[in-house]
Write a protein that binds this ligand. Structure first.
Ligand code: CO
Length: 283
């Protein structure tokens, strides 16, 4: 049994994407700043409509999965498959771009707070060209586990084990075996959970303060963890809200060009060509 320690901090940098949506990007802020299989993590959060009103007009993806988790506000998803999804508070959208998706995510509000996360998870080479898939997961289908030492965890992907109690999230059975937990810890609350050894894990504190061992986790930064089979966290005086993510590394070459993530340069060139020729999605 070994407890994971804080190994590296990837601060978030202010960035913008889509049609001028302001966000904070930690993983993915520069080429190579990844934590296999995690390619990118964006946090968006603002009360100012100017920061989000442009939304994300139609754009492509190929070769990986995008996961949007809303805390506040409303966005609407539309894609080339004809799916329309309402992204409201607590909802998750799990989209497997596979061979290709063209989609938009546009705000369904003109004022008020918009807050949430977008995570990119890589696909193994043998799944990069599989058919696109899209899944809307309403907040009511995401189980909340009461934690042994107070607080709660929303289990979005994988299974949270607390002693003999298991809480299974709606996303299971993917090749990268992702764990995606949203934790709310009370003041000085302690959290412990098994995480499979050999999988890459990181935490992202978005409210309050938390620490791993005697090392404080900077706010709004990806704290990459060492290997080990357990994660232990402790919240600060004001409690904390944070994401805990883990996944099985692919250990394959990554070649990225914007919204296309493949294994070789030739595959990227083909993605660009397919997109230009209207053949990205295979439709
Ligand atoms: Co997108």
């Amino acid at each position: 049994m070994s407890v994971r320690t804080l190994q590296r901090v990837v601060p978030s940098v202010l960035s913008s994407d889509g049609a001028g949506v302001k966000l904070r990007r930690s993983l993915g802020a520069s080429q190579g700043l990844r934590h296999d299989p995690f390619l990118m993590l964006d946090e968006f959060g603002t009360d100012n409509p100017d920061d989000y009103i442009g939304g994300f007009p139609p754009h492509p993806h190929r070769g990986f999965e995008t996961v949007t988790y809303m805390l506040d506000g409303h966005m609407q998803h539309k894609d080339h498959m004809g799916n329309t999804g309402d992204l409201g508070p607590g909802n998750v959208q799990w989209m497997t771009a596979g061979r290709g998706v063209i989609h938009s995510e546009m705000p369904r509000q003109t004022e008020g707070r918009m807050r949430g996360f977008q995570l990119w998870i890589n696909l193994p080479a043998k799944e990069k060209m599989k058919p696109a898939a899209y899944r809307d997961i309403p907040a009511a289908e995401i189980p909340t586990a009461a934690l042994a030492n107070g607080g709660e965890a929303k289990v979005i992907a994988g299974t949270l084990a607390q002693g003999d109690a298991q809480t299974r999230g709606p996303i299971q059975g993917l090749s990268t075996e992702p764990l995606y937990f949203d934790l709310r810890l009370p003041p000085l609350g302690e959290f412990e959970s098994p995480v499979p050894a050999g999988h890459n894990a990181f935490v992202y504190v978005y409210e309050g303060q938390a620490a791993i061992g005697d090392k404080p986790l900077p706010n709004r930064a990806a704290g990459l963890l060492s290997d080990g089979d357990r994660v232990q966290l402790r919240a600060g005086q004001d409690g904390a809200r944070l994401l805990l993510l883990a996944g099985k590394p692919l250990n394959e070459p990554v070649v990225q060009y914007g919204p296309f993530v493949m294994n070789t340069r030739e595959e990227i060139e083909r993605a660009v060509r397919d997109y230009q020729n209207g053949e990205l999605t295979g439709a």
